[in-house]
Design a protein around this ligand. Structure first.
Ligand SMILES: Nc1ncnc2c1ncn2[C@@H]1O[C@H](COP(=O)(O)OP(=O)(O)OP(=O)(O)O)[C@@H](O)[C@H]1O
Length: 236
């Protein structure tokens, strides 16, 4: 019998900032084509974990494996070329550059015009405004641009940090629809969210973080049905 190897494996990850232990021996994995989510309160360590995976933050210890390769100390720009791409918290759109220029930045290493065209087809609102400064877009549109910019790199693994942050409920629905489409197209998704219920409803598997540690993990549907998890972490 063949077993599927995880596309991403994180083992005993520790991230510190000076004396602050932000992440304490966290382990999790994602199977190819799955959508997993890391949820937890503000400051639980979610961003630190995905920043370590995407090479933005250097872990103190632990091991991160992507497609069977050890990437624990691989830098972010190298990982982008290997198909591991992050959509950062707060979108980090360059507001004075045009939408098109922002998308070109996502593919700086490949100059892949077809990938940009595919993003325009997925998000017609970006195509219509391609020559306008990105700063003119609404918050929801900027989130689509941030996701589009990541897709230009044709990721096999996409990490999203709080994509619903600061958006109106209707726009949040749209963002989640896009995330589910990305997953349906075969890309593995690691989603970090404070909007835990929403994220768990979209995910296959969930990890609930508290104070830098995994407090609960399991099938997302089971976590949503677990009274202890709901009461302690998901609010009423
Ligand atoms: N650059 C930094 N320097 C010092 N401490 C930091 C730094 N970044 C994060 N921390 C601390 O590490 C802990 C975990 O933060 P992290 O941002 O990873 O959590 P989070 O769950 O993503 O929260 P948020 O939703 O606020 O982004 C917090 O105590 C935070 O104050």
């Amino acid at each position: 019998m063949s077993t599927t190897e995880p596309i991403l494996k994180v083992e005993d990850l520790v991230v510190t900032y000076g004396r602050v232990e932000a992440v304490r021996k966290v382990s999790f994995e994602a199977l190819p084509g799955s959508l997993i989510t890391l949820v937890g309160a503000n400051g639980a360590g979610k961003s630190s974990i995905i920043n370590a995976v995407s090479g933005i933050v250097r872990p103190k210890s632990g091991r991160i494996t992507f497609e069977g390769r050890d990437i624990t100390r691989t830098q972010a720009h190298t990982l982008v070329g290997e198909g591991l791409v992050q959509v950062p918290e707060g979108r980090q759109i360059l507001g004075t550059l045009t939408i098109h220029e922002n998308l070109q930045l996502g593919g700086w290493h490949t100059n892949d015009a077809a990938a940009i065209q595919a993003v325009y087809e997925r998000f017609p609102v970006l195509a219509e405004r391609r020559d306008l400064p990105a700063g003119a877009l609404s918050g929801g549109e900027q989130q689509m641009l941030a996701i589009g910019r990541a897709l230009v790199a044709r990721p096999t693994l996409i990490l999203l940090d709080e994509p619903s942050m600061g958006l109106a409920p209707k726009i949040v629905d749209e963002v989640f629809r896009v995330i589910e489409e990305i997953r349906t197209s075969g890309t593995t998704v690691v989603l970090v969210e404070q909007n835990a219920r929403r994220a768990l409803r979209a995910a296959d598997h969930g990890y609930v973080l508290a104070s830098g540690e995994i407090a609960h993990e399991g099938r997302a549907a089971d976590l949503l049905a677990d009274e202890r998890v709901v009461q302690a972490y998901l609010g009423v």
